[in-house]
Design a protein around this ligand. Structure first.
Ligand code: BMA
Length: 331
C-alpha cells in the first residue's frame, strides 16, 4: 500500500469503482458536474481548480463568456459537487502593469504554508504564468508573472523542496502550440524563478503515441511515500486535430525534475459523449485533485471538450500499480 502524505479529507466527494471496470480512473456517474451555462454570461466552464476550504470547498473556475473571452472566477461548494460560481471575474490587487487583463485561463490552486496560491495562463504580450494569492477567496493579490512569455500550465508544488518553491511549467508559443515538454523551476520567494530543469519530453517513437505532440502538468503534484505523483495531459495530432488524454508520472521527492517512472498507457481518455463532443472535441484536461491521506482516495476535476467540468475518481494505489505494470521505457 502506498501512502499519500498530506491531510485527511473525510468529506472528499466519492463513488466506488464498479466491479470489473478496467481503467484506473472512473467517472462520477452524474457527470458533468458543472454545465456550460453555470454563470449568467458563460459559454463554457472547464479546466478549473478546487481545494478544501472551511468546512467545504472553494475553487477558481475558467468561464469563457458568450463573447468567447477567457477569465477566471471564484466559486464555493459545500460538497465539492454542486458549485456556486460568482458572476463577476476575480479582480486582482497589485501593480497595474501586471494586473491589467489581456486574458486569463486554466487556473490551478495550491495551498502553501498559510495561503492559497493561484497560477494560471496569463496574457502578458503572449501567454505566460500569472501568480496570485488569497486567504479567503474574496480578496486576491497578484504578484509578478513567473516567466517570460510564452508559457502555459504553471503548477506549483504544495511545499518548499530543498528550501525553495518549485513550479512545473510548459514553455510554448503564441498559438495552439504543436510542441511542448515539462520543466521545473525554483524560486526563493515566488517572484524570481531560475534553476530551470527539464523534467520530461513527448515520446518520439511508437511506444506511446498518445503523448507524442505535447505534454503539460495537470493538478498540483500529490506527495506520496514513493515520490511526487504527477497527473499530466498528453496530446497526439490526428487528422481531426489534437486529442488530449491523461497520464501519470512519479517524480523524485527531493529533486522533482527526475522522473522515477512514467505510464506508457494513458490513464484516462475522452470516451464519454461530453468529452468527445463540445467546443473542442476529444479533450480531457485535469487541473485539480482532492486527496484523502486516510484512504488514499483521489478525486480529479477535469475539463471536458473545453465546454463543461467533470469529476473522476482513483486511488494512489490504482495509479501507481497501473503505471508500474506498463512503464514507459523511453525517457
Ligand atoms: C490548450 C489550452 C487548454 C485547452 C486545450 C484544448 O492549448 O488552451 O485550455 O483545454 O488547448 O483545446
Amino acid at each position: 500500500m502506498s501512502k499519500i502524505i498530506g491531510k485527511d479529507l473525510p468529506n472528499i466527494p466519492w463513488q466506488d469503482k464498479e466491479a470489473g471496470y478496467r481503467m484506473p480512473i472512473w467517472r462520477y456517474k452524474e457527470n458533468p458536474i458543472i454545465g456550460r451555462d453555470a454563470i449568467s454570461r458563460s459559454n463554457s466552464v472547464f479546466n478549473s481548480a478546487v481545494v478544501p476550504f472551511g468546512d467545504g470547498f472553494a475553487g477558481v473556475f475558467r468561464c469563457d463568456s458568450r463573447s468567447v473571452s477567457m477569465d477566471i472566477f471564484a466559486g464555493f461548494s459545500k460538497d465539492g459537487i454542486h458549485w456556486e460560481i460568482n458572476d463577476e471575474p476575480i479582480s486582482f490587487e497589485g501593480d497595474p502593469e501586471v494586473t491589467t487583463r489581456e486574458y486569463r485561463y486554466d487556473p490551478r490552486v495550491c495551498f502553501i504554508e498559510d495561503r492559497y496560491y493561484i497560477t494560471w495562463c496569463n496574457g502578458y504580450h503572449g501567454p505566460t504564468i500569472g501568480i496570485a494569492y488569497t486567504f479567503d477567496f474574496q480578496k486576491f493579490y497578484q504578484i509578478e508573472n513567473a516567466f517570460l512569455p510564452y508559457n502555459r500550465n504553471g503548477v506549483l508544488f504544495p511545499r518548499k523542496i530543498g528550501g525553495r518553491y518549485m513550479m512545473l511549467s510548459r514553455p510554448s508559443d503564441t498559438g495552439h502550440t504543436p510542441f511542448g515538454d515539462i520543466f521545473c523551476s525554483q524560486s526563493p520567494d515566488l517572484e524570481f524563478w531560475g534553476h530551470h530543469r527539464h523534467v520530461m519530453s513527448t515520446v518520439k517513437g511508437d511506444e506511446s503515441a498518445w503523448q507524442s505532440t505535447k505534454i503539460g502538468p495537470g493538478p498540483v503534484p500529490i506527495e506520496t511515500d514513493e515520490g511526487w505523483l504527477l497527473i499530466y495531459h498528453g496530446v497526439i495530432t490526428t487528422c481531426n486535430g489534437f486529442v488530449y488524454r491523461m497520464g501519470v508520472a512519479l517524480l523524485d521527492i527531493d529533486e522533482p525534475w527526475k522522473v522515477l517512472c512514467r505510464s506508457k498507457d494513458y490513464v484516462m481518455a475522452p470516451y464519454e459523449y461530453y468529452e468527445c463532443v463540445g467546443d473542442v472535441p476529444n479533450v480531457v484536461f485535469p487541473c485539480a485533485t482532492l486527496t484523502d491521506a486516510a484512504t488514499g482516495r483521489i478525486t480529479i476535476y477535469y475539463g471536458c471538450a473545453d465546454t463543461v467540468t467533470g469529476m473522476a475518481f482513483t486511488t494512489v494505489d490504482e495509479l501507481l500499480k497501473y503505471m508500474k505494470e506498463n512503464p514507459l521505457t523511453e525517457q
